[in-house]
Design a protein around this ligand. Structure first.
Ligand code: PBG
Length: 332
């Protein structure tokens, strides 16, 4: 049978795209500086901003410079800053004791930020890799990353961060049972308002390479993290992890990496409706910033497009090294 063609298209979807005003009117998703958490690398010393070679535009900052960054972030409307310490190799030990030292870099920076800019939320990372001599997120016994002994240490680390004034604690270690253990310890310790943003769906990804350089963990890391971080092939398992972590007391959940895992973000948001974040990780940043630096893509546009995509995929916010640059553009 021969189809009869109407003399005009039944729907002209181009009508709503014709002018900037009409495009504004029908836009389904918005991106604002309020959507960002800015990850910053902390090092020792004073007055230091040291570039990270594989992440053009990203610095390792001494605590005083981290405070300046927090002041800038707050002025730009960025609600949260996330701290990642570069720990001196002499402080990386088998027992990882530096992780719960009240005066370690992360805790020192937390106190300094909260004193200078109390209104910005400080997020901290819970995992042993910046403090272990193996580069792994947990203790190793007989070649195995052991779970329960690691969780005990992670709880000590989380408590030291809460005592330093962290608003949001982000366990990125992928051990089983750590959310419940931290929530119990926080409640018992009088920290009932501290948020847990669980890196519930964290994949064993090749996109973390530049981060491991930035925190000095790549040289140390023996083997890979596949016995605790997820297989990139799995999606159902991510839903089980998220459900588990929410039931143990997580307030918010994270999918990591970001751009290659937008399907996981969407599925998680649809299934649980919980505050959902994605981490646009160091390798994603390096791809975009590196290509932009070479003039191969438009840096500003590709940055904003990549960030908008997280919102469209159902995320409430994004951890991104682009946070200050994107906020500046969005603020006009
Ligand atoms: C480790 C941790 C990693 C990142 C954040 N926390 C690396 C890893 O799992 O080896 C990566 C972040 C990034 O690549 O930007 N606990």
């Amino acid at each position: 049978m021969k189809p009869t063609l109407a003399p005009f298209p039944a729907t002209r979807l181009r009508r709503t795209r014709r002018t900037p005003g009409l495009r504004d009117l029908v836009r389904e998703t918005t991106l604002t500086p309020g959507d960002f958490i800015w990850p910053v690398f902390v090092r020792d010393g004073e007055g230091i901003e040291e570039p990270v070679a594989s992440m053009p535009g990203v610095m390792r900052r001494s605590v005083d410079k981290v405070v300046e960054a927090a002041v800038e972030a707050h002025a730009l409307g960025i609600p949260a800053i996330c701290l990642f310490p570069y720990t001196d190799p002499s402080k990386r030990t088998e027992d990882c004791a530096e992780a719960w030292n009240p005066n370690n870099l992360s805790n020192t920076a937390t106190r300094a930020i909260k004193a200078a800019v109390p209104d910005i939320a400080v997020m901290t990372d819970v995992a042993l890799d910046p403090y272990s001599d193996t580069g792994h997120d947990g203790f190793i016994e007989n070649g195995e990353i052991v779970n329960d002994r690691t969780v005990e240490a992670l709880v000590k680390q989380a408590m030291s961060q809460a005592e330093a004034g962290a608003d949001i604690i982000g366990p990125s270690d992928m051990m089983d049972g750590r959310i419940g253990a931290m929530r119990t310890a926080l409640e018992q310790g009088g920290f009932r308002n501290v948020l847990l943003l669980s890196y519930a769906a964290k994949y064993a990804s090749a996109f973390y390479g530049p981060f491991r350089d930035a925190v000095g963990a790549s040289g140390a890391l023996k083997g890979d993290k596949k016995t605790y971080q997820m297989d990139p092939a799995n999606s159902d398992e991510a839903m089980r992890l998220i459900e588990r972590d929410l039931s143990e007391g997580a307030d918010m959940i994270m999918v990591k990496p970001g751009m290659p895992y937008l399907d996981i973000c969407r599925r998680a948001k649809d299934m649980f409706g919980a505050p959902t974040f994605a981490y646009q990780v160091s390798g994603e940043y390096a791809m975009l910033a590196g290509a932009a630096q070479n003039g191969w893509i438009d840096g500003d546009r590709s940055m904003l497009e990549s960030l908008m995509a997280f919102k469209r995929a159902g995320c409430d916010g994004v951890l991104t090294y682009f946070a200050p640059a994107a906020a500046k553009l969005l603020n006009g």
